[in-house]
Design a binder for this molecule. Structure first.
Ligand code: GTP
Ligand code: MG
Length: 202
């Protein structure tokens, strides 16, 4: 599969700015600094497309990218970079503004086909469990992505994946994928998952 184009469409600060067409969309969510923007760049093979930062809380708006590929099953879709949750140092007023926005995006976007929930393969926090619970109740197709897998040895990676299954009590039909935006481990698997989400009910 070839990515024909990947371009930034817009940043949304409020729900009335979300794309109005019903183009399929896949959203990327997770704690601040977990590696969402890096993963989007790795997946789309574009280095500086999504802004990456060492400082947590970099992505504070909903950034929408339009992707086209030569795969008939995923000709055009939106990749949506959501702001990270759970970053304590961002001013409360700012946080209060975007956490509901994440929920309004997840509940109010007609084209949304699935969510990639990113968690750090080295360990999870309370907010991750809350996100898993919330997404489970929402009924949205979800895939759990264990990020920064390059920071673990091969055996630690396998252990981390099964620990995540246990901790979150995932059903068998929820996939867990190890990903590294440095080595691009997991890229093919993630594309498979996107293909499945985007073509379902199409
Ligand atoms: N070693 C390693 N570092 C990574 C990986 N992915 C991201 N990072 C680093 O982790 C930091 C945060 O990455 P981002 O992609 O900006 O994370 P984010 O989830 O988009 O963060 P916010 O926008 O603040 O929510 C940066 O310093 C990245 O270089 C990875 O797979 N491996
Ligand atoms: Mg980001």
């Amino acid at each position: 599969m070839k990515i024909l184009s990947a371009e930034f469409v817009k940043s949304c600060e409020q729900p009335d700015q979300f794309p109005k067409d019903r183009l399929p969309a896949v959203a990327f969510i997770g704690r601040s600094n977990v590696g969402k923007s890096s993963l989007i760049n790795s997946l789309l093979r574009r280095k500086g497309l999504a802004r990456v930062s060492r400082t947590p809380g970099k992505t504070q708006m909903i950034n929408v990218f339009l992707v086209t590929t030569d795969d008939p099953k995923v000709r055009r879709f939106y990749a949506v970079d959501l702001p990270g949750y759970g970053y304590a140092k961002v001013a409360k007023t700012v946080r209060a503004g975007w956490q509901p926005m994440i929920e309004s995006y997840l509940t109010g976007s007609e084209g949304l086909r699935g969510v990639m929930l990113l968690v750090d393969s080295r360990g999870t926090e309370r907010q991750d469990a809350e996100a898993v619970g919330w997404l489970g109740r929402s009924g949205l197709p979800m895939l759990l992505v264990a990020t920064k897998s390059d920071k673990l040895s091969r055996s630690e990676r396998a252990a981390s994946l099964s620990a995540l299954r246990d901790v979150f009590d995932l059903s068998e039909d929820t996939d867990v994928v190890a990903y590294s935006s440095v080595t691009h481990e997991g890229r093919d698997e993630l594309w498979q998952a996107i293909r499945k989400m985007v073509m379902s009910d199409a």
